[in-house]
Each structure stands twice: as C-alpha cells, then as structure tokens.
Design a protein around this ligand. Structure first.
Ligand code: G1P
Ligand code: ZN
Length: 543
C-alpha cells in the first residue's frame, strides 16, 4: 500500500554544483531526505513507468538512504530499479550504467570527497538519462518544488532487500535488480585501452605501481582492473575495502589531504607510478617517482598523446577545461588545430559539449578528467590512460612531463584555499572584490602591472544559456593569472579558492618548485583581495 505522508518544506534544499550535500545530521532529520527525493519524482514524470539506477559511495547512511529510496521509487510508480551490490556504485560507473541500461535517470548517493561517518557529510545527486548530472535548470526546479512540498509517497511495506547478492526482488509493483557494480564498468574501460600493452608493463619486474583507494568506493574496481585483469602485483591496490567513514580519512586525492601517500613517492626507491581516487571515484591524482602531476598538465599531456590510446587514435573533436584550470591544454589544442572550450567550474557544463560531439577530453584543476565515454569525470579512466601512456612510451612520468614542458612551456599552477567560518562575510567580501576590480586595471600591485580584471560569464555554445559570476579573474602584464571564487560544494562556512597560474617557456627555469615559481603572484593575489584585512593569514590548504 502507498502511504501519503504529510510534510512541510525545509528551507535549505538548494542543490549545489554536485547535488544536495549536507552533514549526515541534517539528512537524518525526519522527512528531510524524503522531501528532496519526492521533489525529484514530482519534477521528473518520466521516472513513472521507467527504470532508475541507484548506488552510492558506501559512506555512512548509504544503506538507510537506499532503503527509503526504494520504498519511495515503488510508491512513485517506478517500474524497475538497478541497484549496485552492497549499495555501491562509483559515480562514473553509475553514469555508464544509466546510459547503457537505457534508464530514465539515477540517484547517486555521495558527498564525493567530503569526509564521511556520523559526523561527516552525505549527499544525493540526480543524473538524467544521458548519464550526466541534472542541469542547473532542472536542479532549480527541484529546489522550487522543495519550497512548496506538502506530502511524499512511500510504500508501507518496509521489508529489507538484501543488497549483498546479485539477484532480483519485488517491492510492491516494482522490480529490483541487484547488479554487479564493477563488471560492466570494467568491460567498458577495457575496450578503450590497450590492456595487453599495459599488462606487459605491469609484468616488468622493474615496474611497480601503487593505487590508494582511500577506503572509498574505488577499492573493488581497482582490484578488478589492476590486480585481476591487468596482473599488477598483489598489494598494488591499498586501502581497498570501502568503509562507511573511509577509515577516518579525508577521501580526496590531492597533495594536501593525501600528503602521506604523496610522501611515499618522494624517495629514490619509490614506485614508478602511483594514483589515488576520491570517495565516489570520479577524481584522480597521478604520481610518478618524485613527482605529482598537476591536473592541468595531466589534461595537456593526455591531449598531446591521445593518438597512442586505442579509443582516441583517430583524433579528438576538441577539448574543454574549467576556467580556473591552467592554459596548458590550450597550447596543445592550438598545435593540434582543435577547439578548446573554457567552461565554468562543474562537470555539467562539459556534458552539453560532450553530448553535441564538440569535445572528446575534458578536465578540471580539482583532479578531475574524463572523456566522451562517460558523462561524469572518471578517476580510474584517468589512471588507465596514464598507465597506457607509460606502457606505450616506455618513459617515466617525470620524463613525459619534462619532455612536454620543453615543447610547450610549463604552466605553473597552484590553488590556495582559505576557510571562512562566516559564509555571509565571505559572500560580502567577494562581492566587494568584484566591485573593486575594474579600477585595478592598469595599476601596479607589488610591482606587478594588472592588465585585465573581470568576472567570468559563460554562454553555452550548445543551448545558448548564460551563466554569470563564475569567478573573478585578474591577469598581470608578465603573463600571470589569478582567479577567485567561492566553493559551491562545502557544507559548513565558506571556502575562498585562489587559483594562481604562470607560463614559463624557458626550460632552464621549469624545474623550480611550484610554490617558489608562484610566490610573487601569490602575494599579489593576497594584496588584491585584501586577505590580511579579512584576517586570512595563510591558506588552509594548497593543492
Ligand atoms: C569542486 C571543484 C570543482 C568540481 C566540484 C565537484 O567544486 O572545485 O572543480 O567540479 O568540486 O567535484 P567547488 O567546491 O570549487 O565549487
Ligand atoms: Zn567525487
């Protein structure tokens, strides 16, 4: 029997750049999750009689949320649900499953790289039938619906569905199929890369790799791909068991949060290759002995070498990067004679370009890269791309990078994040900075001439929609660039992100440490934004 439960709106259900993300304590309030889910069901009538994909990154509250979601899907007339075994599906695997099963959409339960556990965060993301995240227009409609909601539908039958075995179940009139979360995804990736070539590299006794799954969702995927299908030595995948609190760690693969893993690679006998992914498996960090690959460089190297990878052998339609990401890929695109698009931060802006066939590869400075094989960024795809590259070129990560910089110049890049407890104060400060910017053009700051200063707006070349206020940009006369924006994915306070970039064509100066190469630009950035006056003495994280 379907119950109609009376409820009233919560004021804070506006989805951010990657779905609705909140502390677990917020999600666990009575009716909170139910209201948001109902808003999606009410907004997407195609789900009635349709197929729905469900899975999450395994974090605390994943199973409870899935139990509620299944009862609500059945009550809202969904015909069939595909659920990842143990409630698991990485974000890219869910995206592929939606596409490949012809589902009308899917719910991905994740707060990505945010910490998990009872005191951590939880999140819900709705992806549409193309496998990509709901557009801003659609999430605005979800939000509008949450503002007026007064009831939700849920099946009275609360029988527990065993998620731990592949098989079929019935809940009310709805069919539930528990599917292997790994196999289909691994099959798809196997078709893109030269597994035989990678296998040969991994069998070389002189080659060692280490993948850190950070006790998040990629463990089972990485074991299957690297150790089982590609023959990497047992133990190459570490922290492979997904845990509800990610083992207490911060599941974000970046040099700040994964500092201990990075340190492993800074010795003479370190493994030749290393990588890590985040909570839901869409991010990647690539390491070589003695080096962390900057994500902007990774995208540029991939673009320059795509012809070595089976799936991209015939060339790339174009590439795209988020605005704060370095210009390294632009230089490669220019040489290849292919278009390079600059989009606002957030993967959904890439999806329109991918759907229209305008780009083949895309990436963000925040350790996200992917291709037209999916409509989400894909951490393990990036790792396989690099492995295939190393196998094809038989060079080290460092050699590939150095060679690339010699040819194109090096784009030094760094992101400095400042945590601001008072979110309103942060918004006021960035607005004030935006107002001050025009007057800065042509002035000198710390001896640097400010060349341009503006706010980034984007007109989508596919649907013509316009997105304003997507970050403040400042360029200096000597070729430096500073970008400021507030994070849209945090759940507490605010985070000011300051992105620094400078191109260095001279090979003799390319081996400088990034922090040294960007030290002066960093002081200019602090001065322009008056960070001292805001009481922000130093960044809380540098990546
Ligand atoms: C961050 C990243 C952005 C990425 C998003 C989702 O968003 O900066 O590139 O798309 O996470 O993974 P932000 O917190 O900066 O809004
Ligand atoms: Zn993620």
């Amino acid at each position: 029997m379907v119950l109609t439960v009376p409820t009233r709106p919560f004021p804070d259900q506006k989805p951010g750049t990657a779905g609705l993300r909140k502390p677990v304590s917020v999600f666990a309030q009575a009716h909170y999750l139910e209201n948001f889910l109902q808003a999606v069901f009410d907004t997407c009538p195609e789900l009635k009689g349709g197929t729905l994909v469900i899975g999450g990154d395994g974090r605390y509250y994943n199973r409870e949320a899935i139990a509620i979601l299944l009862r609500m899907a059945a009550a809202n007339g969904v015909d069939k649900t595909l659920v990842g075994r143990d409630g698991l599906l990485s974000t890219p695997a869910a995206s592929l499953l939606i596409q490949q099963s012809g589902a009308q959409g899917g719910f991905i339960l994740t707060a990505s790289h945010n910490p998990g556990g009872p005191d951590g965060d939880f999140g819900v993301k709705f992806n549409t039938g193309n496998g990509g995240q709901a557009s801003e227009t659609l999430t605005d409609r979800f939000y509008a619906r949450t503002r007026e909601i007064d009831r939700y539908l849920i099946l009275e039958d609360s029988k527990q569905i065993a998620l731990d075995r592949v098989g079929k179940h019935q809940l009310g009139d709805m069919q539930i199929e528990i599917v292997d979360p790994v196999a289909g995804y691994a099959d798809t990736l196997e078709q893109l890369f030269d597994f035989e070539q990678i296998r040969a590299l991994l069998h070389d006794p002189a080659f060692n790799m280490r993948f850190d799954a950070l006790h998040a969702v990629t463990g089972p995927y990485a074991l299957e791909l690297f150790e089982k299908r590609l023959g990497a030595r047992p133990g190459s995948v570490i922290n492979a068991i997904p845990l509800p609190d990610f083992g207490g760690g911060h599941p974000d693969p970046n040099p700040h949060d994964a500092a201990a893993f990075v340190k492993l690679f800074m010795t003479d006998d370190a493994p030749e290759f290393g990588a890590a992914s985040d909570g839901d498996g869409d991010r990647n960090m690539i390491l070589g002995r003695g080096v962390v690959v900057s994500p902007g460089d990774s995208l540029a190297v991939m673009t320059a070498n795509a012809h070595l990878i089976p799936a991209y052998r015939d060339g790339l339609a174009g590439v795209a990067r988020s605005m704060p990401t370095s210009h390294a890929v632009d230089r490669v695109a220019r040489k290849l004679g292919i278009p390079c698009y600059e989009t606002p931060t957030g993967w959904r802006f890439f999806c329109n370009l991918l759907d229209a066939g305008k780009v083949t590869l895309c990436g963000e400075e925040s350790f996200g890269t992917s291709s037209n094989h999916a409509r989400e960024k894909d951490g393990l795809w990036a790792v396989l791309f690099w492995l295939n590259l190393l196998a094809a070129r038989r060079q080290s990560v460092q050699e590939i990078l150095t060679g690339h910089w010699q040819q194109y110049g090096r784009d030094f890049f760094q992101r400095e994040d400042y945590f601001i407890a008072d979110a309103d104060a942060a918004r006021t400060a960035i607005k004030a900075l935006g107002k001050r910017l025009p007057a800065l053009t042509g002035t000198q700051v710390n001896g640097f001439k400010i060349q341009t200063a503006d706010s980034f707006s984007y007109r989508d070349p596919v649907d013509g929609s316009e997105s304003r206020d997507q970050g403040l940009r400042v360029t200096t006369a000597d070729g430096g660039r500073i970008v400021y924006r507030l994070s849209g994915t945090g759940t507490r306070g605010a985070t000011l992100r300051v992105y620094l970039e400078r191109h260095e064509p001279d090979p003799a100066k390319q081996s400088l440490a990034t922090s040294v190469a960007l030290a002066e630009l960093s002081s200019v950035a602090r001065r322009v934004a008056q960070l001292d006056a805001l009481g922000l003495e130093r960044p809380d994280s540098i990546t």
